[in-house]
Structures are given as structure tokens and as C-alpha cells.
Design a protein around this ligand. Structure first.
Ligand code: IPE
Ligand code: IPE
Ligand code: MG
Length: 250
């Protein structure tokens, strides 16, 4: 490849990155710290990656922060995570506004404690003018729950005569999901080595490139993020076509 071709390839950045921020507990364990210390370090890592995405002008970042399954963790851990989230929401809103970040959320937010839910929606409202980076926190999120809620809404709208059955296509289904305002992720990253989706964005990830690193989330620095971007840039995204069709589009 010529230098120009290499530079062009390096300039291809994903528009939407979705991250499963996993491994806080193991990171803490290997250092002899509590799981909560791991989660705190995880928040710091997330703040740095949010800043970096803004600098790189990656327009959409979705972070899996708390799954619908995580409600079944020991209650002290759930409570600790909720108070960490509340602290983040009350502290960070000014810096989000300053950096042009708009905050969004996906998931069953009605299950969040009222205080957290109010703080969350207040920051989403305050930051809605931000256009540099759309940061989405997946909270109390499970893809099967999201799809089930969408099916309920679609069925309700059909029943009320707002839409007819023949109008249901892939675009309409996407528009009933929590992610309706966003493009599908083109890169999915999971830290800490697990090779599973864990109920994250099952519909939206249908053509995402997958990247798994053994690094625990608190150690996921800008350098680790760059490695994921380089890996992404080396992929040939064929979307079902042949390689020949991608190289020489007709
Ligand atoms: C990810 O780290 C954070 C949340 C799920 C909230 P974990 O807490 O899952 O860390 P491990 O997987 O136990 O190491
Ligand atoms: C997925 O991590 C959820 C988040 C990162 C918020 P988990 O640690 O909960 O996933 P499993 O249990 O390994 O599948
Ligand atoms: Mg985990």
C-alpha cells in the first residue's frame, strides 16, 4: 500500500463505538482492593475515553454501565454503583456542556432509584445542545428487554390504528428501540477478555466489528483505545458482498 493509501485508511474512524466496560472487579481483586475501588477506577477510565472520543471527533459513544442482569448482584454492590453514578451525574454536567457532549440513556430507567433517575434526566436535558459527542449510558439495560418493550409499543400502536401491519419494516422496528436517534455501532469493544455480548445491543450490533482485549476496563487507556481503532481500520467491511465488489464498486 502507498503512504497515501495508508493515511487514508488511518483516517477512517468509526462513527459509533459501543463498549462493554468489563473487568473492574478482577482489576481490584488482583490489586487487593475492594470491588467498589475497581468501579471507581472504572469511572476514571470512562471519563478519559469520553474526552478522547471528543478529541477524535467520534460522534457516538455508548457505554454499557449497568445491565438488567446486574440488578441481581449483592445489594451493597448495586447500591455502591448507584451512588457512584449519582456522584458522576452531579459532578460532571458542567464539564460535559463545556466539551460539547450531550448525554443520553438507554435501558429500563424506571427501575433506577428516583434520585438517580431525576439526576440522569436533568443532565440529559441540560446537555442536549451538545453536538460534538453523543454519549449514551446503557443503564439498567438489557437488549431483550429493549426489544420486548419495542414490540409492546408497536403492537399497541397497531391496535390503536396509528400504524398498519404492512408498515412494519426494519426501519420502523429500529425507530421503536431506545437507540432510535443513533446510527448502529460500527465498532464494539469488550475489555477483560470475555467473548460474549451479555445482552448488549443485540439488534443494533448486527454488522458491528467486534474487538475484545484482555485488558481490564480500569487499565483501558487512550493507547488501548488506539489499538482497537487500528484493528478496526484493518478490517474489510463487506456487508455480505464479495471483496471484489468492495474494492471495485460498480
Ligand atoms: C464491569 O466490571 C462493571 C459492571 C458490570 C457494573 P465487573 O464488575 O463486571 O468486573 P468483573 O467482571 O467482576 O471483573
Ligand atoms: C456486562 O458485564 C455489563 C456491563 C459491563 C455493565 P457483566 O460482568 O455483567 O457481564 P457477564 O456477567 O460477564 O456476562
Ligand atoms: Mg464482569
Amino acid at each position: 500500500m502507498t503512504n497515501a493509501a495508508i493515511n487514508e485508511k488511518l483516517s477512517i474512524l468509526p462513527k459509533h463505538i459501543a463498549i462493554v466496560m468489563d473487568g473492574n472487579g478482577r482489576w481490584a481483586n488482583q490489586k487487593g482492593l475492594s470491588r467498589m475501588e475497581g468501579h471507581k477506577a472504572g469511572v476514571d477510565a470512562a471519563l478519559e475515553i469520553v474526552k478522547y472520543c471528543g478529541e477524535l471527533k467520534i460522534p457516538y459513544l455508548t457505554l454499557y454501565a449497568f445491565s438488567s442482569e446486574n440488578w441481581h448482584r449483592p445489594s451493597e454492590e448495586v447500591l455502591g454503583l448507584m451512588s457512584l453514578l449519582y456522584g458522576y451525574l452531579t459532578k460532571e454536567s458542567d464539564s460535559l456542556i463545556k466539551n460539547g457532549v450531550s448525554l443520553h440513556t438507554i435501558g429500563a430507567s424506571d427501575r433506577l432509584p428516583e434520585l438517580v433517575r431525576k439526576a440522569l434526566f436533568s443532565v440529559c436535558e441540560k446537555t442536549k445542545g451538545g453536538t460534538r459527542l453523543h454519549l449514551t449510558l446503557a443503564l439498567s439495560y438489557g437488549a431483550r428487554n429493549e426489544i420486548t418493550r419495542a414490540v409492546q409499543k408497536i403492537a399497541g400502536d397497531v391496535q390503536d390504528g396509528l400504524i398498519s401491519l404492512d408498515k412494519i419494516d426494519e426501519t420502523l422496528v429500529s425507530d421503536y428501540l431506545d437507540t432510535k436517534q443513533m446510527p448502529d455501532p460500527d465498532l464494539w469493544i469488550r475489555t477483560s477478555g470475555e467473548m460474549r455480548l451479555s445482552n448488549f445491543l443485540l439488534w443494533q450490533l448486527s454488522y458491528a466489528e467486534l474487538y475484545v482485549t484482555p485488558v481490564y476496563w480500569p487499565d483501558f487507556t487512550r493507547i488501548e483505545f488506539d489499538k482497537a481503532l487500528y484493528d478496526f481500520q484493518a478490517r474489510e467491511r463487506r456487508f455480505g458482498l464479495t471483496s471484489e465488489q468492495i474494492v471495485n464498486p460498480s
